[in-house]
Design a protein around this ligand. Sequence first.
Ligand code: PYC
Length: 312
Amino acid sequence: MRRVRVIDSHTGGEPTRLVVEGGPDLGPGTALERRERFRESHDRFRAGVVNEPRGFDAMVGAVLCPPNGDEAVAQVIFFNNVGYLGMCVHGMIGVAETLRRRGMLELGGHRFETPAGLVGVEIHDDRTVSVANVLSYRTQKDIQVEVPGLGTVTGDVAWGGNWFFLVDDHGQDLANPDLLHLTDVTADIRAALTAAGVVGADGSEVDHIELFAAAPGEGADSRNFVLCPGREYDRSPCGTGTSAKMACLAADGKLAPGQVWRQEGIVGSVFEGTIEAVDGGVMPTVRGRAWITAENSLLFHDDDPFAEGIPL
Ligand code: PYC
């Protein structure tokens, strides 16, 4: 029997499950190299940790690996119900809170290597965490796709550590959301993008779809709904999506360096973001808070037909 110790947290409602003991040996290398080894040789472990019956579709998992040099305290690789992420801001906030609580990180600044690049983490004394994310930028503006049942949908393609399609004009109600309907609509938009051959700059699928509307209250500048790769929606405001949004706003001259952008998610939690302008885009910082929800051991029995998750 394999025993895997995990600590669960949520950041603005979105869960993160950090493996703290019993994870796979991913060998030497960069976070990107280790992520590919994870995918090739340990994908069943990924599925067993985040999918039913031990997890559920919205769960994001994380494993820590030793750093590859002296630039970072550790590497983090994030995964979900269908695969692997480049970066995950809500997850990074959850990992930082978990490590702080275990006495492994002090208040103040730290750096982590992720498959998308180096990120900074600042743990504040009010328990919030700021994540200085990777370079974020827009690659395509006002792309139009035909979506069956919706008509022509116009949006931008941008990178914030993952690839996003950002749509302002969609006719959907984000104030009183019908989550199943929004999931279907955004999944249809993603399918239409794929069918039209719209991809990220590196040829990757644009696998996150982000709808925006005015925030219903005073506490935020905007509300979003974000469809993640495995057809689940982000319960948090999505930090990589907020980074992509701020890159688009900056490119349109609507967000100045240092100006605070408050992005509300579909369950009402808020991330605060700022940008620094750099060549080729913006360097975003996103701040939020995580809460530990469980300290647990996952058990994988050799004769359990669902040790590697339920293949749905
Ligand atoms: O916060 O960056 C994020 C994120 C990505 C996927 C789910 N959350």
